[in-house]
Design a protein around this ligand. Structure first.
Ligand code: FES
Length: 337
């Protein structure tokens, strides 16, 4: 192929199922170019592969070179708000089974430095959405990965202020009549968008990779205070174990089995993994009904939480959290006085 020919890459979308099975979707050659395409008449989106453009032939994907270029930002490629190229987004996404419904899959981050943010946006549908979509992976069964590759200057997508390069659509439609497009290939995605071509406005639900913020967590221990950086989205108990911060007090009786020893290993049933939140409660996820029920017994202090039920860095917010680990011992001695 000449240097002016379309850039072609063979990409494979790894599907890693939570049950341990994994498989690869075979992908055809995906054509890339740097120019904006003409609008599709059917749905008002633009497909990069339909446009001409002065692009570079790539025989194989050199991950190291690309990662370096990505870090340096010197390649001139469009980037997501997190600074990722489309290939960078693609490499960090994996398709996993979601919930308990067989066959329902969803895109998740496989890079621990990035989290998935879900954004819902209303966009004017006419005369066009004004966004350039690019298919970066495709399987033979309708699955694939389509990313926003660019926004038309002054177009509806740009005017929404909420759609960015690197986003992928999860569902589209109007309130009460949404169609799922997550992890579908180009044809399926455009077909759904086209089916709402007569609407004045449509709703898009989008997934976006965002850099996970770091939370400064100060643990108060009998031996003194320890400071640790914990990534937003992490389970508190899991991080305490990883950081060798004590989680359990052997004298605390299990709620679910009062005469048994040990704990439920994070299943949220034993009620023994307490922390006391002294600062930064707004950076932690709120207790669910199960945790509230366990915390409501025995007049426990209101600032106690079950560490296995807490996710640090709610909504990917950064800040400082101060926690007392294993607060039961002090509480018991105060109760005796
Ligand atoms: S480890 Fe059992 S409730 Fe947290």
């Amino acid at each position: 192929m000449s240097k002016s020919a379309a850039r072609s890459l063979l990409l494979f979308l790894a599907l890693q199922l939570r049950n341990g099975a994994s498989f690869l979707l075979p992908s055809p050659a995906i054509t890339r170019c740097s120019g904006l395409a003409t609008r599709s008449a059917s749905c008002g989106v633009m497909r990069a592969s339909e446009a001409g453009g002065d692009t570079e032939e790539v025989a194989s994907l050199n991950v190291e070179d690309e990662a370096k270029a990505e870090d340096e930002g010197a390649d001139g490629l469009a980037r997501s708000p997190a600074g990722l190229t489309l290939d960078g987004v693609y490499k960090r996404l994996t398709l996993e089974t979601q919930g308990r419904v067989d066959g329902v899959v969803g895109l998740e981050s496989k890079d621990t430095d990035y989290a998935i943010e879900v954004v819902k946006v209303q966009v004017q549908r006419k005369p066009s959405l004004g966004m350039q979509l690019e298919e970066v992976a495709r399987g033979g069964d309708g699955r694939g990965l389509v990313l926003v590759a660019g926004l038309e200057p002054g177009g509806n997508a740009e005017a929404s202020g909420k759609i960015c390069v690197g986003d992928t659509l999860c569902s589209a439609g109007i309130e009460g009549d949404m169609s799922r497009v997550e992890a579908l290939d180009w044809d399926q995605t455009v077909s759904v968008l086209g089916s709402f071509a007569e609407e004045r406005r449509i709703v898009l639900v989008i997934k976006r990779l965002v850099k996970r913020e770091s939370i400064n967590v100060q643990f108060e221990l009998p031996s003194g205070t320890r400071d640790h950086e914990i990534k937003a989205g992490s389970n508190l108990r899991g991080e305490m174990i990883r950081l060798d911060v004590p989680v359990y007090d052997p004298r605390t009786k299990r709620f679910d089995q009062p005469y048994a020893t040990g704990n439920c290993a994070g299943e949220g049933t034993c009620g023994t993994c307490f922390v006391e939140v002294q600062q930064g409660a707004d950076l932690l996820t709120s207790p669910d009904q199960e945790e509230l029920m366990l915390l409501s017994r025995g007049n426990l202090p209101v600032r106690w939480r079950l560490s296995c039920k807490v996710i640090v860095g709610k909504e990917n917010k950064a800040g400082t959290v101060r926690l007392k680990a294993v607060p039961q011992a002090e509480w018991r001695s105060q109760a005796r006085q």
